[in-house]
Design a protein around this ligand. Structure first.
Ligand SMILES: Cc1ncc(COP(=O)(O)O)c(C=O)c1O
Length: 390
């Protein structure tokens, strides 16, 4: 079609699952939605909205990296997670997604590429393409629980690769980056002149403690340029407030050049809105309450799922260490989509693994956020439908 850019020509046809879901909703049939990941819709604690109405909320103080008190609040949050950082090395944006766009502008010429993990969050394809950048996939092998295999990363690289993206912990795989993986990645990135983009939006949501995990690359001495990304959407469960942050790290000269250039990129888009920046210290002070409630919810729902699984079942709940979702490995027949459609007929909505680019088997992805009574009510039809597979 003439007149439009090729990079906005994404397919817009609905898959059979989206059509069936729409039909069910239009007919007003009941639905137990185990794809719900909107933290504002599942009855978790929210902060006082009055936080957004501070004196000065309507003022405007252009500061490309973000207002200093807001960046100090992010630095204090990271310090409380064991990552002491300077507020001078932080850049605020309107979301993690916007941060990605800025980083692709910073690092890539049109036609360059970045390496993205698979299986993973499906938005990278869009975020890269909209910036004229190619997303090249490196596989996370299932055997060590979807951990990072640096050989896979190295094999995916070519002469136009500029950066490696890691999602830590993985969404929806829930695998945390480990010290050995980071060390190997550091060697590869330093040798090949690649930057590391570490998406840490779920990093605060570990289900248990374990030695050797890397909760964040912020504040660490690493041999390559590093960007660690997070924001209010997951940390405080407030995606509607549109605030993300990027910590820039790595060798000092590279870091300073990156910050100077990012300042210009940020300035071009004008700063994050004032009310949310002024509210940030209060919003981050609320985050632990939200996170505790969310973790209790996620663990309880996962416990119910494990309890509901019959001992002789031909499906498994995959091991994971954190995040908001859980992955089931199901029999190859009748397959992901047919199973999702059969579940939908029973009023239960789950996602097929192919949404996240799983390969080498059949998988379902379930959100662990729904209220426990909803989650529990979905267990009987889930177990019944899965019993007919294979
Ligand atoms: C791994 C990951 N990164 C980034 C985002 C987007 O976050 P934001 O709302 O800050 O753009 C999501 C949203 O689900 C996500 O799952």
């Amino acid at each position: 079609m003439s007149g439009f850019s090729a990079r906005t020509g994404f397919p817009r046809t609905w898959n059979p699952l989206a059509r069936a879901l729409d039909e069910r909703r239009r007919r007003g049939l009941p639905l137990l939605d185990l794809t719900e990941t909107n933290p504002t819709r599942v009855g978790l604690p929210a902060p006082e909205p009055a936080l957004l109405a501070s004196p000065g909320a309507l003022g405007y103080a252009p500061e490309p990296q973000g207002l200093l008190p807001a960046r100090e609040a992010v630095a204090a949050h990271l310090a409380s997670r064991g990552a002491p950082v300077s507020p001078g090395h932080l850049v605020l944006s309107a979301s993690t997604s916007e941060s990605y766009g800025w980083l692709f502008k910073l690092l890539c010429e049109p036609g360059d590429n970045v390496l993205v993990p698979a299986p993973s969050y499906p938005l990278f394809e869009y975020l890269t393409r909209l910036e004229g950048v190619e997303a090249r996939t490196y596989r996370l092998p299932r055997a060590p629980g979807f951990g990072l295999d640096v050989e896979e990363v190295a094999a995916a690289r070519d002469a136009r690769t500029r950066a490696v993206l890691v999602v830590n912990p993985g969404n929806p795989t829930g695998h945390y980056l480990h010290e050995g993986e980071l060390e190997a990645l550091g060697r590869l990135c330093a040798e090949a002149g690649l930057a590391l983009l570490s998406d840490e939006v779920f990093s605060d949501f570990a289900w248990d403690e374990a030695p050797g995990r890397v909760p964040t690359v912020a504040g660490r001495e690493l041999p390559m340029l590093t960007f660690s990304l997070s924001g209010l959407s997951k940390v405080a469960g407030l995606p509607g407030l549109k605030l993300g942050w990027t910590h820039v790290g790595g060798p000092a000269a590279l870091r300073e050049e990156a910050l100077a250039r990012l300042e210009l990129v940020a300035d071009t888009y004008l700063p994050v809105n004032t009310p949310v920046q002024l509210a940030l210290p209060g919003l981050l002070a609320h985050a632990p309450r939200f996170q505790q409630a969310l973790l209790a919810r996620v663990k309880e729902n996962r416990r119910r799922l494990l309890q509901a699984r019959p001992a002789e079942a031909r499906w498994d709940v995959l091991p994971a260490q954190g995040g908001w979702s859980t992955v089931l490995r199901i029999p190859l027949e009748p397959g992901e989509e047919a199973t999702c459609l059969a579940l939908l007929d029973e009023g239960v909505c789950v996602q097929p693994g192919y949404f996240y680019d799983f390969t080498g088997g059949a998988f379902l992805v379930l959100s662990l956020l729904p209220a426990p009574e909803h989650f529990s009510a979905a267990m009987e039809p889930l177990v019944r439908v899965l019993a007919t597979s294979g």
